[in-house]
Design a protein around this ligand. Structure first.
Ligand code: NAD
Ligand code: LMR
Length: 323
């Protein structure tokens, strides 16, 4: 029985990357058949038809059916995996939080459509910004679906951090592990190297702390803006790649001896308020994630984690009526 994968905003920049990579088997493997349900707004349906034609022309082994629609209740019908990408991106000079009111309504409507139509075991990844609070809105509008099904993307930040560290340490990013991004996918996120390992050996204490605080952390926090400035458009291929990493690890298990960063409904771990979608270090097994517990948190880390929590609480207050 093919799995159904829904992509919203499928004619946009990220959607255009994501659809082909998923259809080629990079999410579930080339041997696993999938149906692709692609959602767009009505004016983008012609462009979406073009995307569907190109997908057909690839003759992907894994791809069974393609459905295109501007109706969320069709796009989320029996959906097993949903990538909620469709939303307005920010332009130069904007913060992601500037998109809050504009994008919030999309996620309440899609949460309702998920609640009414999707598989009860759906896994949802919100990419559209501000991703964490949009995930909270979708989750709150889908009361019949387990809350743990709603996540937001921090994997791009996680991968960006590994890439910066690898370049600084003159190693390959695959040799690094146990990196954590805490909090919000915004400039308040806290890229935390306290547990960083190189080839299995803890190297946190040997890192140049001035470089970590003055270069590394702000670089990762502001990488989205750096890309927008360079491209004139927000990150797309790297975002699609991170979305696949996130969903694949959630489905297929994380590597042993490592963890990944996922924004998930807070359960109060590390003193983080419940009722927000906050990024924690997690491992995934048998389709479920669990937060790594009992990490030592120093004063700097705690202050940084609180700052990003505060921003998420403020974002929640700004859209309270949609919850
Ligand atoms: P884009 O403008 O190229 O594409 C967005 C698409 O969404 C458009 O085709 C648009 O028609 C569609 N859309 C808008 N409203 C919709 C709705 N209600 N239903 C279905 N489709 C809808 O933008 P993009 O570059 O693909 O970025 C998409 C979102 O992802 C933006 O919000 C961007 O900020 C965000 N983003 C997040 C991360 C992350 O790490 N979380 C990374 C990169 C981009
Ligand atoms: C990113 O981090 O690249 C995206 O969230 C796009 C943005 O607005 O920064």
């Amino acid at each position: 029985m093919p799995k159904t994968v829904t992509i919203t905003g499928a004619a946009g920049q990220i959607g255009y990357q994501l659809a082909f990579r998923i259809a080629s088997g990079q999410l579930l493997g080339a041997g696993e058949k999938i149906n692709l349900n692609l959602l767009e707004i009505t004016p983008a349906l012609d462009a979406l038809k073009g995307v569907a034609m190109e997908l057909e022309d690839c003759a992907f082994e894994a791809l069974s059916e393609i459905s295109i629609s501007d109706d969320p209740s069709i796009a989320f019908m029996d959906s097993d995996y949903a990538f909620l990408v469709g939303a307005k991106p920010r332009g130069p000079g904007m913060e992601r939080s500037d998109l809050l009111q504009e994008n919030a309504k999309i996620f309440s409507a899609q949460g309702k459509a998920i609640n009414e139509n999707a598989s009860r075991d759906i896994k949802v990844l919100v990419v559209g910004n501000p991703a964490n609070t949009n995930a909270l809105i979708a989750m709150s509008n889908a009361p019949d679906i387990d809350k743990s099904a709603f996540t937001a993307m921090m994997r791009l930040d996680h991968n960006r951090a590994l890439a910066q560290l690898a370049s600084h340490l003159k190693c390959h990013s695959s040799e690094l592990s146990n990196m954590t991004i805490w909090g919000n996918h915004s400039t308040t996120q806290y890229p935390d190297v306290s547990n960083l390992k190189l080839n299995g050996k803890n190297i946190a204490s040997s890192l140049d702390i001035t470089w970590v605080k003055d270069d590394f952390i702000p670089r990762v926090q502001n990488r989205g803006a750096e890309i927008i400035k360079a491209r004139g458009l927000s990150s797309a291929a790297s975002a699609a790649s991170a979305a696949i990493d996130h969903m694949r690890d959630w489905t297929v298990d994380t590597k042993t001896d490592d963890w990944v960063s996922m924004a998930i409904p807070s359960d109060g771990s590390y003193g983080v308020s419940e009722g927000i979608i906050y990024s924690f270090p997690v491992t995934c097994e048998n389709g479920s994630y669990s937060i790594i517990q009992n990490l030592e948190i120093d004063e700097f880390s705690m202050a940084s984690m609180k700052l990003t929590e505060k921003e998420l609480l403020e974002e929640r207050a700004a859209i309270e009526e949609l919850l």
